[in-house]
Write a protein of this length. Structure first.
Length: 227
C-alpha cells in the first residue's frame, strides 16, 4: 500500500508518541494543523502529529464532484449503502502509516489514531481492527462505518478489539451534517461491547470548539500518562 502524502508537526525533539489525525470530507492534511499549538502540550510530552491527505475521488452525494475523500459517500442513512472498498483501501493506507511510525521508533502502544467526520470513521475502523495495542482512538463528530461487520471482524476476532484501549468520542449537539444521535449510537454500541469510551458533546455544529480542544489535551495527557 502506497503511503499517502502527509503534513507533519513535532512538538519537541525525539517524539515519544505519534498521533495520526485524519481530516474530514473535502479538507486536507493542513485542516487540523493549527490545533497542535492550541493544545499547549508540555515539553515533557513531545509528540509527532501526522496529518495525511486523502485521495481525490468523485463523491456521489456531492453530485459526483471530485474532492479529497477517504471513501465515497453513498448515503447518510446508517443502514444505507456504503463504500466498503473505499473504506478498506483508506484503512490500509492508515495501517501503512502506523507501520511507518513503528519503523521510525514509535511503538504501537504509543500511537493514537484520530480523525474528524469521515476521517474519524476511518480512524474507528482501523483502531478497532488493529492487531495489538494502540495508545488510543480519538473520533470527532463521526460514527462507526459499516457496522454490519463489527461483530464478525472485531468482537469475534480474538486478535483485535482491545477493550482497554482509551477511546475519546466527541460531537456537536447541533451538528447538521452528521447528527449527534449517529455518533452517540456508535459510542453506545462500543460501551455495550465493553470498550473504554470517554464521551463528550458540545453546543456546536459540525466543528471543533475551544472546550473540545482542552478536553483533547487532557485526554492525550492521560493516554501518555503525563501528569
Amino acid at each position: 500500500m502506497a503511503l499517502p502524502e502527509t503534513v507533519e508537526i513535532e512538538t519537541g525533539e525525539t517524539p515519544i508518541g505519534s498521533v495520526i489525525w485524519l481530516h474530514g470530507l473535502g479538507a486536507d492534511g493542513h485542516d487540523f494543523e493549527p490545533i497542535v499549538p492550541e493544545l499547549g502540550l508540555p515539553e515533557k510530552l513531545p509528540l509527532r502529529f501526522v496529518f495525511p491527505h486523502a485521495p481525490v475521488r468523485p463523491v456521489t452525494l456531492n453530485g459526483g464532484m471530485s474532492m479529497r475523500a477517504w471513501y465515497d459517500v453513498l448515503s447518510f442513512d446508517r443502514d444505507g449503502p456504503a463504500d466498503d472498498v473505499g473504506i478498506r483501501e483508506s484503512a490500509s493506507a492508515v495501517n501503512a502509516l502506523i507501520e511507518r511510525e513503528i519503523e521510525r521508533g514509535i511503538e504501537a502502544h504509543r500511537i493514537v489514531v484520530a480523525g474528524f467526520s469521515q476521517g474519524g470513521a476511518i480512524a474507528i475502523h482501523v483502531a478497532l481492527r488493529f492487531v495489538g495495542r494502540l495508545a488510543g482512538l480519538m473520533a470527532l463528530s463521526t460514527y462507526m462505518p459499516i457496522p454490519k461487520y463489527f461483530q464478525s471482524e472485531v468482537l469475534d476476532n480474538p486478535q483485535c478489539g482491545d477493550l482497554s484501549m482509551p477511546i475519546f468520542m466527541a460531537h456537536g449537539s447541533f451538528d447538521p451534517v452528521l447528527s449527534m444521535q449517529l455518533g452517540r449510537a456508535s459510542a453506545d454500541l462500543l460501551v455495550e461491547s465493553g470498550f473504554n469510551v470517554e464521551w463528550h458533546d458540545y453546543p456546536m455544529a459540525h466543528a471543533v470548539c475551544a472546550e473540545e480542544i482542552q478536553d483533547i489535551r487532557n485526554w492525550l495527557l492521560s493516554v501518555y500518562a503525563v501528569a
